[in-house]
Design a protein around this ligand. Structure first.
Ligand SMILES: Nc1ncnc2c1ncn2[C@@H]1O[C@H](COP(=O)(O)OP(=O)(O)OP(=O)(O)O)[C@@H](O)[C@H]1O
Length: 627
């Protein structure tokens, strides 16, 4: 009898308040730790600024003392003691000046600290991006990366430059002033803060669930940012195919979701603010202080001038409390930003070998490789792309990877230049595991020309000699000639000096030939090639094929083949299906085998014949031919 299949545990126990609380606590702890880690480089300076702000806050109380002392002197019976009046006036002026000076100093310290921190973080992030595996970039949207580098780093500004100093001022200035109130009379001290406990209790009770709402809102902003970048990147295709409505949908969905999250946060937040602000509003404080204060004066426990002094102090409390709550809010926002930065900084880097080795030869041996893409939004379990693949590439031979879409061709090919490392199994070049080869050494051995051609905003010449900056003009021209792009470059306004994107606008096929020239010049003995010619017209395609032909000579080549016609002479054809090698061999062997390749070949030939017939009848345009 078959064993009963255990019921899988649900990933999240829904609506379990205890689990939710534990999770929330763990997240809050992670955020605090992330924030502390990100802010560590400026900690000493922010503490120093807070100390300076303590002095400024202490000076805040001097004008209040001055007012009471002035009142006492002026209202004292007999002639006015002008000497004492002047003394008090100078004291007040001195107090105000000291407060302004210390407050300025504190903010200057934090602003300079913030400038340094932003620069350091951007450098750390850029450095990190340089050490992440190339595969990370294809998994992560450029919108999310931009948000980390720009918005998240900038979100820390208010926290570092303002919030900590302002919160210190907001807490300590009233405390110093209140101490003075209590010195005047303990009843006046209590009266000044009479409405604060009510405010604090109401606020914390009403705002207890808002943190989660704010996080949702933050995630929403990241999602909108990512969809905008994706939408803009693909806008030409979208417009051409009249799919504006569909393509908008992802953005609209993200925006709608954000609207809901925003309303979910702002609605309760406004309610909290409206109710709690009344409890610390100036009229209510004035009413309580003057009403009860009149009674204290009437009883003879305090003098009217003391009541005026303490009432003025009570009036600064609302501003102070609002500053504190803004600082708390900013801290939450900055914590979320810090967590994203910390997450990015904690992404696993491409492991750099401690004792790097140099490959002895240029054969490639892929042994029992398994590879699973990490889980991501909407795909919690990850995708197993390679399932025990073994392939050997003899030195100087051409190996073609074929197989249905999604069979793992790109994943396998990009393991050679370490876009990612396999979960198990190994990729060896010249007998050395690619993980034991220093990255710079590896890229001297392995070059790649992929579908997504990246030309940088620099001169065409610099684009071509990216992998070999010391190349001479002649070598650059030779590579461009071999890649069938030299003539086209000479037609540009400034020839090889033309800057890509400014004066040089290449078609897809031309850009591909520039990247082939780049690979030719880099002259790596091993080459990973994606021979997609999707954008090319027949003439351009023929040129690309010639360029690729030039590129393949004398190298160990792994080519991802999309059109079987171009790889019939490959030394080995590896057929992948669902992450496994289902057959391999030469073209004639595989066709004779009658397996997956044979059926792919049959439909390829049938397609080509149909295309030829259509061309003969004049029924297709040139771009259709290219497809
Ligand atoms: N970045 C990624 N994150 C998650 N899954 C991925 C990622 N890239 C590819 N996959 C999945 O891994 C599997 C293999 O994909 P891969 O791109 O290697 O196949 P392919 O044969 O090159 O496909 P195609 O011919 O369409 O380019 C597919 O199921 C694919 O959906």
């Amino acid at each position: 009898m078959a064993a009963p299949t255990p019921t899988p545990e649900p990933e999240h126990a829904p609506d379990d308040p205890k689990a939710a609380r534990v999770k929330a606590r763990a997240e809050a702890k992670a955020k605090s730790a992330a924030l502390a880690d990100v802010l560590a480089p400026v900690k000493t300076r922010t503490v120093l600024a807070q100390f300076v702000q303590i002095l400024a806050s202490a000076a805040t109380v001097v004008p209040f003392i001055g007012i009471v002392e002035l009142g006492r002197t002026l209202l004292a019976p007999g002639p006015t003691d002008t000497g004492r009046v002047w003394l008090v006036v100078w004291l007040v002026v001195g107090g105000l000046a000291a407060r302004a000076l210390f407050a300025f100093l504190a903010l200057a310290i934090t602003h300079f600290a913030d400038l340094d921190l932003q620069a350091q973080l951007r450098i750390r992030i850029a450095d990190k991006l340089g050490r992440l595996p190339l595969g990370w970039f294809s998994r992560t949207s450029s919108g999310a990366v931009r948000k980390s580098v720009q918005n998240d780093v900038a979100d820390l500004h208010y926290l570092v430059a303002h919030a900590q100093v302002e919160a210190t001022a907001a807490v300590l200035s009233p405390i110093f002033a209140l101490i003075y109130c209590f010195i005047l009379d303990w009843r006046l001290g209590l009266l000044a803060i009479a409405t604060v406990p009510l405010y604090a209790l109401t606020y914390s009770y009403m705002a207890r669930d808002l943190t989660a709402e704010m996080e949702k809102m933050d995630t929403g902003v990241a999602r909108i940012s990512a969809t905008i970048v994706e939408f803009i990147a693909g806008v030409a295709v979208v417009k051409t195919f009249g799919q504006t409505g569909k393509a908008h949908r992802r953005f609209i969905d993200a925006a709608d979701e954000f609207n809901d999250d925003f309303a979910g946060y702002m609605g309760p937040m406004l309610r909290v603010q409206a109710i709690t602000t009344v409890l610390i509003s100036a009229p209510l404080i004035l009413l309580v202080n003057l009403g009860v204060g009149y009674w204290l004066v009437d009883k003879g426990w305090v003098t009217p001038i003391e009541l005026v002094g303490s009432t003025l102090i009570a009036m600064i409390l609302p501003t102070a409390l609002l500053t504190v709550s803004t600082a708390v809010h900013t801290r939450q926002q900055a914590s979320a930003a810090a967590l994203r930065i910390a997450d990015l900084l904690a992404e696993p880097e491409l492991a750099v070998p401690e004792n790097p080795q140099v490959p002895a030869g240029h054969d490639v041996r892929i042994e029992n490789v398994h590879f699973t893409y990490p889980p991501r939004l909407g795909m919690p379990s990850g995708v197993k792309a390679l399932d025990g693949v073994s392939v050997e590439l003899a030195e100087g031979t051409v190996t073609a990877l074929v197989g249905p879409s999604g069979s793992g061709k790109s994943t396998l090919a990009t393991l050679l230049p370490r876009f990612g490392d396999p979960d198990s199994g190994s990729v060896r070049i010249g007998g050395v595991d690619v993980r034991d080869i220093a990255p710079t050494e590896l890229y001297r051995h392995v070059g790649f020309v992929l579908q997504d051609v990246q030309l940088l905003t620099m001169s065409v010449r610099d684009n071509i000699r990216l992998g070999r900056p010391e190349a001479t003009e002649e070598q650059v021209h030779d590579a461009a000639r071999a890649a069938r792009i030299h003539e086209r470059i000479l037609e540009l306004s400034d020839g090889y000096d033309t800057v890509v994107g400014d004066g040089a606008h290449f078609s897809g096929g031309e850009a591909q030939r520039v990247s082939i020239a780049r690979a030719l010049l880099a002259d790596t003995p091993i080459l990973v090639l994606d021979e997609a010619t999707a954008f090319a017209d027949p003439e351009s395609e023929a040129q690309i094929q010639q360029a690729i032909g030039a590129l393949m000579v004398g190298r160990t080549v792994l080519v991802i083949a999309h059109r079987l016609g171009s790889i019939t002479h490959a030394d080995n054809i590896v057929v992948l299906d669902r992450g496994r090698v289902v057959e391999q061999g030469r073209q004639d062997e595989l066709v004779a085998n009658g397996g997956l390749y044979a059926s792919m070949w049959a439909s390829y030939e049938a397609g080509t014949t149909r295309q030829d017939e259509k061309i003969a009848l004049g029924a297709v345009g040139s771009d259709e031919v290219a497809r």
